[in-house]
Write a protein that binds this ligand. Structure first.
Ligand SMILES: [Zn+2]
Length: 311
């Protein structure tokens, strides 16, 4: 699947951490540079230590998911009222209730977009806020050759709308309880976050929004986690080809693209590891493969971290 960035993309230029640029910005006394850098970093750590907003990381990489948790009492809510939305990088995220040893709490999964430039950014929930430092993920560039007939992003009527609608699914129940599994046993042929040079030309605002598995035509594709099928499209999409999307709850949706065939129906509940279809090369594909993405609150996240960590 394709992710066309709606924001300016500075991927080619070497980006400098704002913490580093701060160190050279002023009248630091001689020998003060490394000291100021250390102060800046430790001030983030100090802010993290006292923040009532608990984050799984305060130094996320581009494409990384951050789990935010906050105790209900910290939000000082009126009885019966809903918690405020989280504000992060221009997006708003809904908080979902859960129980902790310290009492009722809320949580949400935020995603740093691949195209986010590195540096310090604010996370806020109502009157509470903290900040994180976005780190460079050093995503590489891949060269691809496509026949002229496939070297375009043309979509069928309604294709973009249907895919965007599935990406934006936010339902209240969290269906998963453990790490996600890979949807295919095939070898990986392209990683997440790659930028691409197609037929010699760099695609300026493009990055690879998922993982490609080089499975042979007809090899099995399984669900990466439990959920509900929110998209099952066959024979229509020009770009994505036959596509399945599964809603795992609380803003997490997985996508399976370029499928040969689909074994599930819209609205069907699926388990982790359940067969959902077969690898193909429908849509804009230069050979049989599965393109697999995990969108988290409408932002493409690196699927690998879902295999490694149980959010
Ligand atoms: Zn792909």
């Amino acid at each position: 699947m394709l992710q066309k960035s709606k924001t300016a993309f500075f991927g080619i230029l070497p980006l400098v951490l704002s913490v580093l640029s701060l160190t050279s910005a002023g009248a630091a006394p001689s020998g003060g540079h490394s000291l100021k850098k250390a102060e800046e970093l430790s001030s983030v750590d100090e802010a993290a230590a006292i923040s009532p907003l608990k984050l799984s990381t305060f130094r996320p990489k581009q494409g990384e998911v951050i789990e935010l948790t906050v105790l209900a009492k910290e939000l000082a809510l009126e009885p019966g009222s809903e918690p405020p939305l989280i504000e992060f990088l221009g997006n708003k995220y809904k908080l979902f209730p859960f129980d902790t040893e310290d009492g009722p709490a809320y949580r949400a999964l935020l995603t740093v977009p691949v195209v986010q430039k590195v540096g310090s950014v604010v996370v806020s929930v109502g009157a509470l806020s903290t900040r994180v430092i976005v780190m460079d993920a050093h995503y590489p560039v891949q060269r691809l050759t496509l026949p002229p007939s496939k070297n375009n992003f043309n979509m069928a009527k309604g294709e973009e709308e249907a895919v965007d609608k599935a990406k934006a699914t936010v339902s209240p129940v969290r269906h998963w309880t453990k790490n996600f599994n890979a949807p295919s046993k095939a070898r990986l042929s392209a990683g997440f976050g790659l930028r691409r040079i197609v037929n010699g030309k760099l695609l300026p605002d493009y990055f690879h929004s998922g993982l490609d598995y080089a499975g042979f035509q007809g090899s099995p594709i399984v669900a990466c986690a439990p959920g509900v099928v929110v998209l099952a499209s066959t024979g229509v999409f020009k770009l994505h080809g036959n596509t399945v999307a599964i809603d795992h709850g609380q803003g997490v949706v997985s996508f399976y693209i370029h499928m040969q065939k689909i074994n599930v129906k819209l609205g069907q509940k699926v388990d982790a590891g359940q067969l959902i279809g077969a690898v193909g090369q429908t849509g804009r594909a230069n050979g049989p493969h599965l393109h697999f993405s995990i969108y988290c609150n409408n932002v493409a996240s690196n699927p690998r971290q879902w295999y490694l960590k149980a959010f």
